[in-house]
Design a binder for this molecule. Structure first.
Ligand code: NAP
Length: 489
């Protein structure tokens, strides 16, 4: 019964490229196998785009831009609202599809449908609020008009870890602003995006406004488009290493860019923290999405006076976790996305252990089928360990300790990344000092999850450029024009 439901659902997903309002195969007839990371089995085989397909998609976006950017903002907003309603109606299908291709437990996929859907609702409300300014210049000799204009055709590149939300977080503000686009989802998890774009087609988004090209070679899509003068904007979510390469290419044409890149989030537990809150927060910040989140807490920096108790409590909670296929009841930790992810997590754990860390629980790969890693807790992780420098992207909780607030801040900021930090303290003064002193674009104060469509999501330092969501999110897709006209009197 369950298997039939999965098969039926997979059969509804369009397995082709969507260019200029038409689903079609890739030009070279090549394909991509999309696999279930919990079983290793192929779920669907879908089209792979060539460079020519990518250029055709940009051509469609360029042709659709004048009419779409001139469509009244209210109409654009209403289309987004209809998309929100339909997505909500189909929440169970989208949740299952995401679990199948990405692996996260169904409960988390349902959460992502809610979160991803909120970007549609939020930007449906922001579209009619795009505003300019009008006023006298300070000399009193003229009138200054500032108007907002859609940037133009965009390339939106998304990662595999949040297949729906990373797409809606870009597509919704772009549509609201009046931009057209070519979307390139991750080749590991493209099905959710394809299903979502089919939904946009159903609610009436006009031909050419949203185009999707899945490709086994990401560069075949990105390189010709970044070199094409018709492209006006790149929005990328993924690793810092790939983001840097794309920024270099974008620089050749001084392209507008938004970059949501990697993280290395510190999770600070002070001696005055409420440990119940800190342990709950730790579990959410670390094990959501099996640790495969840019916002995942990477380094637990815990005051020496409470480190032992904190370690004991999180280890107890980890012992209760159930690893398995995300579709099964009671499963709290799904598979990692692929073999490389398992190997990376294991290498980092081994490195920490050889440098003196203590293994509290876990620390082993789980035999297949599927790519699973045991939820793991390490304590007394030494300062030189790779696990404190690199994104773990797996279910491994690494604890180090500190003695003074200054030391905690130094350790927390000792990274090239600056996406998010988590702070647990019952002192309001200390909490406010942390807002001032921690070098991250976001902070959870006594809470382990910060994502919200109404908030400006984004990082400092090498975690990125620009913001997604909130009042800021739409401005990534708008450019201002200042006009001066003489004083009319
Ligand atoms: P990734 O390897 O950088 O890939 C991200 C996207 O870029 C995918 O669509 C990928 O396509 C494409 N890509 C890869 N190499 C490319 C190239 N040379 N030129 C053009 N496009 C290229 O990252 P990932 O492994 O999917 O995602 C994990 C990373 O994303 C982590 O570092 C995580 O922190 C970060 N992330 C950041 C945020 C944020 O908001 N800051 C949110 C989620 C994830 P293929 O799939 O075809 O390789």
């Amino acid at each position: 019964m369950t298997e039939t439901r999965e098969k039926d659902l997979l059969a509804t997903v369009p397995g082709e490229l969507f260019i200029d309002g038409r689903w079609r195969p890739g030009g070279a007839g090549e394909t991509i196998d999309v696999r279930d990371p919990a079983t290793g089995q192929v779920l669907r085989t879908i089209a792979s785009a060539t460079r020519e397909d990518a250029v055709a998609a940009l051509g469609a976006a360029d042709a659709a831009f004048p009419a779409w950017s001139a469509t009244p903002a209210r109409e654009r907003g209403e289309l987004l609202r209809r998309a929100f309603d339909l997505l909500t109606e189909r929440a169970e299908d989208f949740a299952l599809l995401m679990t199948l291709e990405m692996g996260k437990p169904l409960a988390e996929s349902r959460g992502e449908v809610t979160y991803g859907g909120e970007f549609l609702r939020w930007f449906s409300e922001e579209a009619p609020r795009i505003q300019g300014r009008y006023g006298a210049n300070p000399e009193g000799t003229g009138r200054m008009i500032v108007s907002q204009h859609a940037v133009g055709p965009c390339l939106l590149i998304t990662p595999w870890n949040f297949p729906l939300a990373m797409a809606t977080r870009k597509i919704a503000p772009a549509l609201a602003a009046g931009c057209t686009m070519v979307v390139k989802p991750a080749s590991l998890t493209p099905l959710t995006t394809l299903a979502f774009v089919q939904l946009l087609e159903e609610v009436g988004v006009p031909r050419g406004v949203v185009n999707v090209v899945t490709s086994a070679s990401a560069r075949d899509v990105s390189e010709p488009l970044l070199a094409d003068p018709r492209l006006r904007k790149l929005s990328f979510t993924g690793s810092t290493a790939v983001g840097q390469k794309l920024l270099e290419q974008a620089a050749q044409r001084v392209l507008r860019t938004s970059m949501e890149l990697g993280g290395n989030a510190p999770f600070l537990v002070f001696e005055d923290a409420d440990l119940d809150k800190a342990v709950d927060g730790a579990l959410a910040a670390k094990f959501r999405n099996s640790g495969e989140a840019c916002t995942a807490a990477n380094r637990f920096i815990v005051h020496r006076a409470v480190a032992e108790e904190f370690t004991r409590r999180v280890t107890e909670r980890v012992r209760e976790m159930q690893v398995g296929r995300g579709t099964e009841d009671g499963v709290t930790i799904g598979p990692l996305i692929d073999e490389d992810a398992v190997e990376k997590a294991h290498t980092l754990v081994q490195d920490a252990l050889t440098r003196g860390a203590i293994l509290q629980i876990g620390g082993q790969e789980i035999e297949g089928p599927g790519t699973f890693y045991q939820p793991t807790v390490l304590s007394e992780v030494g300062e030189g360990s790779r696990i404190l420098r690199e994104e773990i992207f797996g279910p491994v909780l690494a604890i180090t300790s500190f003695d003074t607030e200054d030391e905690a801040v130094r350790l927390a900021n000792d990274t090239e990344y600056g996406l998010v930090s988590y702070v647990f303290t019952e002192s309001i003064d200390r909490g406010q000092r942390m807002i001032e002193r921690l070098q991250t674009g976001m902070m959870g104060l006594n809470i382990g999850v910060v994502s919200n469509a109404a908030a400006p999501f984004g990082g400092w330092k090498m975690s990125g450029l620009g913001r997604e969501g909130g009042a800021e999110g739409i401005h990534e897709y708008l450019q201002s024009k200042y006009t001066l006209t003489p004083d009319p009197f």
